[in-house]
Design a protein around this ligand. Sequence first.
Ligand SMILES: [Zn+2]
Length: 388
Amino acid sequence: MNIQLIHVFDIKQLTLLFLCVFFTFCSDQKPKEKGEIAVRHETKLEQGPNFTQRKITDNLYVIKSNNYHTNVGVFIGTKEIILIDPMTGSNNHQALLEKIKEFSNKPIKYIINTHGHEDHTGANSFFAALGATIISQENIKYTSAKYGVTFKDKYTFDLENERIELYHITSHTFDDVLIYFTTNNTIFMGDTYMTNFFPHFYFGGGSKGHIDFIDKALSLGNENTVIVAGHGKLSSDKTELNTYRKNSIQWIERIKELSFAGKTSDEITQDDEIKQLALAFSGNNTVHVQTIEKTISVDYNSSTPLPESAKNYEGMYQYKNGEVDELIFRDKKLMLRRKGAYIFELSTLSDTKFHIKGQVPYRYISFSNDGKELTYFNGKESQIAKRK
Ligand SMILES: [Zn+2]
């Protein structure tokens, strides 16, 4: 197999592996033990043959397929329906459409994605074909998701019976969107908040982005604001989100402390405090070693600032198979990105070598020949791209 193919294959493999690991570790079916907090909205839970649903208000519902564990929002406007995060699984799409028709026969006019991961965007194409416009943050271009209208920092919908505010903060990914239904007093947080999984900020903003996003959510609405996580319970609240924030900080600090003390990721998974926090996050005290490795990789891999020369690496780099990676220097960050595929932040290893944050096994890019050549090392093999 040629090296270029391995590169692409490897990204797809990793995505698949992530999804497998993710769904192995954040299944809804797991019994919750300690660390569980009472949910105010539990009484509204209804179990149907294909979907579980919760009525948030008369015109806002959260539903979840019984065989796919993404929380999907359904908003019924005066003229239209807006969907949040229609999940994947082509055999689920028709069932999802039929479920929505139980609420209303109005046209599904918009889809809003909290981020580009397939388990939140898999039905984008299906609903776009039925006439829906997809709204996403602009960095969704660097994922495989279908998109339509994009925005950078903030986007507002003024509907007859609702005003919806969208805010972008890099956290779980580089295209995270916080969706705030101001009249219905509900916030959708996507995977920046999961009630059945560990804090997951390796694909985006690291621990700072994670806390920034939570703080944005806590700053909106009031004490009765309903919080909808990307996975887990169909609805949550600010009391739970505050606990999650506190646990997240403890988790981040403890991993940092143990990592700086020279403990390996394996050893960190066995730490009592880490296990206790894992129980609160996931209902299970088992911590996968990659969860720790990725947390270290995104946050604590290097504290060296970017070199002065970082900006000089900006440009397009073409591999032998024609695929192109782009290096950009923006907001004091050096980023590697490819349309339809990925976007990563880089951390400094030396003036010419940069770690790809959050990516394990250990990945890096390096520059040679006066920046005219880029070498991508995927943890196993290298491939070379030439500057265009
Ligand atoms: Zn995600």
